[in-house]
Design a protein around this ligand. Structure first.
Ligand SMILES: Nc1ncnc2c1ncn2[C@@H]1O[C@H](COP(=O)(O)OP(=O)(O)OP(=O)(O)O)[C@@H](O)[C@H]1O
Ligand SMILES: Cc1ncc(COP(=O)(O)O)c(N)n1
Length: 266
């Protein structure tokens, strides 16, 4: 059995954040654990309120897990502010989990800031260099690089430029473009594109959280990086396709484990 850890924010409505991550870990047959960095009051329509967790409590949660339980991969999502980011970086450098997938969550689909704008530099300097892979969407890649991304060629250039900031791999996600959903990966030598047909449904709340936690899971299950991305994109595509009509806004994905090929996790 592989043990997965998400360090992220709570979404009380269950579509994104910690809740999406834990559902993904379970659906893929692994044991999920969580370090909560922020509590959000949100639903399918938007974010009403955020309380950030004190960084000493973030440290205490990380230490409680690592001193007792083996962690086979970590996914990092919403990290809120500079103090929390610096603490996560320090703790991960101390405990050294084998894989760290960083989803640089900045602004929710509904337009709410989930990362304080002044924390962008700390995110880049403290978390990118310890990441096995980072998974920005197009608006996040634009903020990281301070440039516009309009098409797949721009995504390729962005993946290469973000790679120079220190992660071992960069996946620029194309959910926000029109046409097929194309994600562009760069590992320092080769560009690889992952394409799936665009599904015309509104239940895309939490797609990024789900993709990054699925990649962490597949890495923990000892698939290589390219296979982990391919299998995770397949998982997200199916989970969007059978998504739930819950709430009045952008609905959640459905993490229905019978849909996914069984994985030998022993
Ligand atoms: N309508 C869609 N049909 C098929 N795949 C999609 C669709 N929307 C997003 N995806 C895929 O979902 C994954 C997440 O991409 P996206 O760009 O939406 O990330 P994100 O914006 O971080 O997600 P989130 O909505 O959680 O913030 C990618 O693999 C992307 O290609
Ligand atoms: C706690 C938390 N983490 C991440 C997201 C991003 O997901 P989305 O862009 O689908 O709103 C979110 N809304 N809430």
């Amino acid at each position: 059995m592989k043990h997965l850890l998400t360090i992220a924010g709570s979404d009380c409505s269950g579509g994104a954040g910690i809740q999406a991550d834990l559902k993904t870990f379970s659906a893929l047959g692994t044991y999920g654990m969580s370090v909560i960095t922020a509590i959000t009051a949100q639903n399918t329509q938007g974010v009403d309120a955020i309380v950030e967790i004190d960084n000493t409590m973030v440290k205490a949660q990380i230490d409680a897990i690592f001193k007792d339980i083996a962690v086979h991969a970590v996914k990092v999502g919403m990290v809120s502010n500079r103090e929390i980011i610096a603490q996560i970086s320090k703790s991960l450098l101390e405990w050294l989990p084998p894989f760290v997938v960083v989803d640089p969550v900045m602004v929710s689909t509904s337009g709410h800031h989930l990362l304080k704008p002044e924390a962008k530099t700390t995110l880049i300097e403290d978390l990118f260099p310890i990441a096995t892979i980072i998974t920005p969407n197009i608006p996040e890649a634009e903020v990281i690089l301070d440039r516009k991304i309009d098409d797949i060629e721009d995504m390729e250039e962005a993946a290469k430029a973000i790679y120079n900031l220190g992660p071992k791999g960069v996946l620029v996600k194309g959910g926000h473009l029109l046409g097929d959903a194309v994600d562009v990966f760069f590992d320092g030598t080769t560009i690889t594109k992952f394409t799936s047909p665009r599904i015309h449904k509104t239940n895309t709340h939490g797609t990024g959280c789900t993709l990054s936690s699925a990649i962490a899971t597949h890495l923990a299950l000892e698939f290589d990086l390219l296979t982990s991305i391919r299998k995770s994109k397949d998982y997200v595509t199916k989970a969007i396709d059978c998504g739930l009509e819950i709430g009045k806004g952008d609905g959640p994905l459905h993490h229905f484990h019978h849909l996914y090929p069984s994985i030998d996790t022993d």
